[in-house]
Design a protein around this ligand. Structure first.
Ligand code: 6PG
Length: 250
């Protein structure tokens, strides 16, 4: 695993840096393999990056017809709900660029959560031409956020999803939220070619310190900071961090 932290002056610079790296990775993947398969992060931090990515000079660098869009996680709400990660990405990016509709893969959030997770796993495998359910698909890019409690995607501290080693997608019930989530699992996150965390704001300081230090005192366990378990086996791990979050992590 190659890892690096890129310090950004503020959230605006973080968004631009994220858009620039996305565009370069997309251009490289399209050129080498004719496609760019990526998973978007949810929450608030990525919104500005997605908006900037839909503008020049970044949008023109991406061959959008060769992009396949997945999500790293989703809230258990309809796609048009204000909390939906799909809706956020659609408004900020997908409605402003031309990706073939069949290449946009929202996570299912209706019916039985377990069946939704199985259905999404099948959809991922179909996209990777890997129907025989063997091995982890290697996304070209997975974008992730960091929760103040150290969660990432929808893998929360002490969650059963932390121990999932076989399935690509899990649908844990998140007790403190009182709702289900659907999320890519750690084996998929760790199989990616390139993982990019976007971390902004002083509220993320404690989680960032625990994650980057990857040290646990006797009272802590790795399960209390899921983000530190995202360690790409062969890929690159990049942290885009603004000064506020960095200062709060000292
Ligand atoms: C979600 C996310 C989650 C998010 C972090 C950071 O669905 O909420 O995917 O993992 O990335 O909670 O969220 P913010 O960017 O809003 O701080």
């Amino acid at each position: 695993m190659k890892e690096g932290v890129f310090l950004c002056r503020n959230s605006e610079e973080l968004a631009r840096e994220g858009a620039d790296r996305f565009a370069r990775l997309a251009a490289q993947a399209s050129k080498m393999r004719g496609c760019f398969r990526m998973a978007l992060a949810g929450g608030r931090t990525p919104r500005e990056m997605y908006r900037i990515l839909s503008t020049e000079p970044f949008a023109g660098k991406v061959s959008w017809k060769q992009v396949e869009v997945f999500w790293g996680d989703e809230r258990w709400v309809p796609k048009d709900h204000p909390d939906s990660n799909y809706r956020m990405a659609y408004e900020a990016l997908l409605s402003r660029v031309t990706i073939p509709p069949g290449n946009v893969h929202p996570m299912p959030t209706t019916g039985d959560p377990e069946n939704a997770a199985l259905a999404y796993e099948r959809e991922i495998r179909r996209s990777f031409d890997n129907p025989d359910l063997s091995g982890e698909p290697r996304f070209d890019l997975i974008l992730l956020g960091l929760g103040e409690d150290g969660h990432t995607a929808s893998i929360f501290p002490n969650s059963p999803a932390l121990h999932e080693k076989q399935r690509l997608v899990a649908a844990p019930y998140v007790t403190h939220l009182g709702s289900y989530r659907i999320t890519l699992t750690l084996p998929v996150l760790c199989a990616a070619e390139y993982v990019m965390f976007l971390v902004s704001g002083k509220g993320k300081g404690k989680a960032l310190a625990a994650t980057l230090n990857r040290k646990c005192n006797e009272a802590q366990t790795f399960e209390q900071t899921p983000a530190q378990l995202v360690q790409p086996v062969h890929g690159t791990l990049t942290w885009l961090v603004d000064r506020e979050a960095w200062a709060a992590a000292r």
